[in-house]
Design a protein around this ligand. Structure first.
Ligand code: SF4
Length: 292
């Protein structure tokens, strides 16, 4: 029915229907999903995102390798001491994103949005908007539906998988979804939503997938908060009137082409990039030697 995100935007503008309502109708026509059910599910996801963040704040769990799990506590302490160089909104987004991605690395319950490796990006903005800007759960869940449409078009035109198109497809897509969510939650127009998603994808174009030892820990965990902050940068720039000269749908196609041109070493095999550094190999050797 719709072959591009722009068509959803155009329909919303033409009919005056909120973008989230257009997405719900599209989902109903394509998959028969009851719009009310979609809203309920989306609200459940938002609630789980907030819960995952809070649970990790109260947990000292560490990942199987011992490489991550403790950064949430470190950052929380730093933030509480008022040393952060950022506003409370941005530092909360770093904290919530770290907490979620570390929770994933520690086998906690997360919302894979759009994947487990990139699961901290969207919750970073969700928690920050809720706790620092007072955005209510209902608005966040409607905004998550819009973010879902952004992710769905990336899936169709490119990929959401690091193994297929590199980390740009996971963290980059999550950043695009998060920036769309921020703009929608703050009342931005459909064009601004699209623009923010476009900027995010451009910022992270070409990012490779290079997890050390294939574990979704290094560099994955720390990329999440960085992308969460970038989502706010895209939203802020877009809401100021700064435009992406290249439309979202074309950027998505370009991202897919870049992904397909990446060497296999840079697509989740743990053979290239950060995973191939001397220190990464040494960390891995130590881990396996301690296991036997
Ligand atoms: S580096 Fe690979 S495994 Fe890690 S978050 Fe990115 S795409 Fe996922």
């Amino acid at each position: 029915m719709f072959s591009s995100f722009r068509e959803l935007v155009d329909l919303s503008l033409k009919t005056g229907q909120p973008l989230a309502e257009v997405v719900k109708e599209w989902e109903m026509l394509e998959n028969g999903t009851d719009p009310e059910y979609l809203s309920e599910q989306s609200l459940k996801f938002v609630i789980q995102m907030i819960k995952t963040y809070k649970d990790k704040l109260n947990s000292d769990s560490v990942s199987l390798t011992g490489w991550t799990g403790f950064n949430t506590g470190l950052y929380n302490e730093y933030r509480n001491s008022n040393k952060s160089i950022f506003s409370s909104l941005i530092s909360k987004s770093i904290l919530a994103s770290l907490a979620t991605s570390e929770s994933n690395a520690c086998m906690g319950k997360i919302v894979a949005c759009p994947t487990a490796g990139s699961s901290g990006v969207v919750p970073g903005v969700v928690v920050a908007l809720h706790e620092e800007k007072g955005v209510d759960l209902k608005s966040l869940s409607e905004s998550l539906i819009v973010a879902g449409a952004v992710g769905e078009f990336i899936r169709r035109k490119a990929s959401l998988s690091g193994a297929i198109a590199g980390c740009q497809a996971e963290i980059g897509s999550a950043c695009a979804m998060a920036s769309a969510l921020v703009v929608y939650a703050l009342g931005g127009s459909p064009q601004i939503v699209e623009n923010a998603a476009s900027l995010s994808l451009k910022f992270l174009m070409g990012l490779v997938c290079d997890p050390v030892g294939g574990f979704v820990e290094v560099p994955c965990v720390k990329r999440n908060p960085a992308a969460s902050v970038l989502a706010f940068v895209s939203a802020e720039m877009s809401m100021s009137g700064i435009k992406s000269l290249i439309p979202f749908d074309e950027i998505t196609e370009a991202m897919g082409k870049v992904g397909r041109s990446l060497s296999e070493d840079l697509r989740e095999t743990g053979k290239g990039g950060i995973a191939a550094t001397k220190t990464a190999r040494s960390l891995l050797n130590t881990f396996f030697n301690n296991k036997v």
